[in-house]
Design a binder for this molecule. Sequence first.
Ligand code: F6P
Length: 559
Amino acid sequence: MTTPIDATATPAWSELTAHADGFAPDLRGWFAADPDRVRRLTFDLADLHVDLSKNLVDDGILASLVALAEQTGVAERYAAMLSGEHLNTSEDRAVLHTALRRPPGAQPGLVVDGQDVDHDVQQVLEAMSAFAQRVRSGEWVGVTGKRVETVVNIGIGGSDLGPAMISAALEPYATAGIQARFVSNIDPFDLAHKTKDLDPETTLVVVASKTFTTLETLTNARLARDWLWAGLTAAGAIDGSEAAKTDAVAHHFVAVSTALDKVAAFGIDPTNAFGFWDWVGGRYSVDSAIGLSLMIELGPDAFRELLAGFHAVDEHVATTPLAQNVPVLMGLLNVWYTNFLGAQSHAVLPYAQQLSRFAAYLQQLTMESNGKRVRWDGSAVTTDTGEIFWGEPGTNGQHAFYQLIHQGTRLIPADFIGFATPAYPLEDGGRDVHGLFLANFLAQTKALAFGKTAEEVEAEGSTGALVAARTFPGNRPTTSIFAPALTPSVLGQLIALYEHITFTQGTIWGINSFDQWGVELGKQLALQIAPALEGDAAALESQDASTKALLEYYAAHRS
Ligand code: F6P
């Protein structure tokens, strides 16, 4: 295990500290003085057109940020990840989600820890494609001979957020008459709500769990199995015998996991299981077999396009100098805002309603990866880490929280994401509604950057206290990301962009971005507390005073 380089001890960090001392950003002035700023700070990365010019940096700050990436070994660590080094030290695993999207026949081949990774990845993709085609064509039928109309994906965290986000984002590509639904929460409402209008005879359940031990997922899988059996029995489709139940599961349940033995123990036929490997982190797994529901809903071609989009960005990161490397630059900007300008959160604001779950997806990606207080050698981090990611699609967010971004006291860097061509072009009285939508994107980023001075407010006739209330300070940083359309490839590019931003930040902070021990304690305690909810007096007595009082409230009020 290499010792992380302490970013705060590098010359670049000292330079950045000096830049931040008395820093007075002036986007109006910078734009006026430098007609070339937009061209120099705009990058085309595959189909993504990324404008960084409205960020709070000048050339000197940017040079120091790039030097920070050099001095903390970002390029070297990226190369180590791609070659299969065990960067996930606490679990002694390689980190190879990038291998999931290497094209067939990529050269040189990738063999890691004795595994022919390329071969295995393609083999699973082919098995998934064949299965997806059978379902989509109607060759695969349920126990009563009916074709599948709905896929219910049962998973949580990385086994849910990616597929759910992509399913919503690429809804226009779901043309085979099959809809995917996603059940994640152990709150029984989730399964009950998502299945209440479904016909078990036309439903296929995909149980997605990397470990196949996750309490929520296994509980929901058992509930779904009971729902299937009850529905089929009530319809007279099965007779309730064990043999009939086993047959029903074989027709209506498949699984995705790295633990195929546990899949078999659950009662799912191993021939209906799709594997992946421990070198794929849960939050980096949507491009593995975890994407099976997507492949069924959207088709193998769309899924391959998604992978190609990821790969285009992987190639960019691997081959582009740091000063032009878009994910690296965006990661460095986040470090600048977090560690030097005091930002604590980062907004992601897609101007595309289909990306309604994108921020939720990014929350796991970024916060489970970089929400760490120790570095990969166990020593304490030397600076703040892991900003809070959040967001909502525009324009809804404009009517909710943008006020705080414009005029609040906090610095909130924001990424705006928009698409030139809409999924559904509609007109309002001859007016292109998508154009109006994008006008809002452009207006918001303009207002955030350049604000409105007191003089401008007064010139419009405001006086007194109203002048201050209507003044916008500006210098609120944004990145604008445009793409031609929200296609599978573009979505893959966007996800990979944020994966590599996360990696850049994690590297600079010396973090292992690929483990998540912080979610373990709560899981263990839930298992200890559960018996108390079921009336176990000893379990109740062993709780702290607050937990015990809440348990007593629950016991007194449950109906
Ligand atoms: O929340 C912790 C976590 O381990 C995530 O990292 C993971 O994506 C999720 O649980 C689900 O895990 P699994 O796919 O093993 O069910």
